[in-house]
Design a protein around this ligand. Structure first.
Ligand code: HEM
Length: 333
């Protein structure tokens, strides 16, 4: 080939960014269920044993881990960025204000599984995959639906507290704002309602709903969206919350230790805790789904499983976009 023609062709190839980009994207490895079949055949069993033991010894683990996973995925994808500890130089995601209430049990179950996996197959299994599978196993242990978790996520190379604000819903947000957060990540109103069914387990601290419990308005001490007697008992239970900020209440007062569709029946009756829970049953965009899931647990389980499967691949990093951390709380370098 004439040198000038060769030069022109090379230049053309170099300048043709979009095609090169598309090719690179296509070459990014996809997640698969068989990812560790050869490199760490005992992966599933080790995570299963760890989650079972941890949940038996600390029954708050399931809810803690489910919320931890949601908070990880919604900030930059399911990449274990929420597990990284802050350093003198950098405040990490887990120290963002909204994440300070994430209980230690969720972090601990991942650390335990990671320790066992590093002994069995060092440097192979990512913290992001462990968190995704542990969450699924714990949902199932509580009586919730099984869903497939594909594998091959890499762990993030960054974690900044400043990236969190605005990416996670707060109970004081309007339904418009909450829907907007979910839609900006590709989750529909229906998926948002289904995922909120996670509040069928776990706790909320009194401060998260104190603004609708005390001094609500001139006419009413608490938000009239609460069932009257329920508000009264919540005011009692939380009476000391300013002195004792650890005071908390079950999210699902009827069946707190079971993953079922009771959350939706509760919110319909004014037995939800958070302002955002009440809003689900009053907003015309979400009301219909609340009715459906309250009546039909199968419909809820199917929708929840599908939405969790989608959440668990949201924004994942593969190939060289991340690393397999040696410890889940620190980057390798
Ligand atoms: C729709 C908007 C949502 C809002 C406003 C919201 C807000 C909250 C708040 C304020 C708490 C109490 C935290 C505490 O006091 O420690 C909480 C607990 C919890 N949330 Fe949500 N959440 C939402 C959606 C979700 C989703 C989508 C999931 C999971 C898929 C989830 C899972 C949980 C779990 C399991 C708990 C209990 C945590 C524990 O017991 O440690 N939430 N949520």
């Amino acid at each position: 080939m004439a040198p000038r023609l060769f030069l022109l062709l090379t230049l053309a190839a170099l300048l043709h960014y979009p095609a090169a980009d598309a090719q690179r994207r296509q070459r990014q490895p996809l997640l698969t269920t068989a990812y560790y079949r050869k490199s760490c055949p005992r992966f599933e069993q080790i995570v299963q044993d760890t989650t079972t033991n941890k949940q038996i010894s600390s029954p708050t683990t399931a809810a803690a881990t489910l919320r931890l996973f949601f908070h990880d995925c919604f900030v930059g994808g399911c990449d274990a960025s929420v597990l990284v500890s802050s350093t003198r130089f950098s405040k990490a995601e887990r120290d963002a204000d909204i994440n300070l209430s994430l209980p230690g049990d969720g972090f601990d179950v991942v650390v335990r599984a990671k320790t066992a996996l590093e002994l069995a197959c060092p440097g192979v299994v990512s913290c992001a995959d462990i968190l995704a599978v542990a969450t699924r196993n714990l949902v199932v242990m509580m009586g919730g639906p099984y869903y497939t978790v594909k594998l091959g996520r890499k762990d993030s190379l960054t974690s900044h507290a400043s990236d969190v604000e605005g990416y996670l819903p707060r109970p004081t947000m309007s339904m418009n704002q909450i829907i907007q957060i979910f839609e900006s990540k590709g989750f529909s109103v229906q998926e948002m309602v289904a995922l909120s069914g996670a509040h069928t387990i776990g706790f909320s601290h009194c401060k998260e709903f104190s603004s609708i419990l005390y001094n609500y308005s001139r006419a009413s001490e608490s938000d009239p969206a609460y069932y009257f007697e329920f508000a009264k008992s919540l005011r009692n239970a939380c009476a000391d919350y300013k002195k004792n900020p650890t005071l908390s209440v079950f999210n699902d007062v009827m069946t707190p230790n079971k993953f079922d569709n009771m959350y939706y029946s509760n919110v319909r009756k004014g037995l939800g805790l958070l302002s955002s829970d009440h809003a689900l049953s009053s907003d015309p965009r979400t009301q219909g789904y609340v009715e459906l899931y309250a009546k039909n647990q199968n419909a809820f389980f199917q929708a929840f499983a599908r939405a969790m499967e989608k959440l668990s691949v949201y924004g994942v990093k593969t190939g060289r976009a991340g690393e397999v951390r040696r410890r889940c709380d620190a980057f390798n370098n």
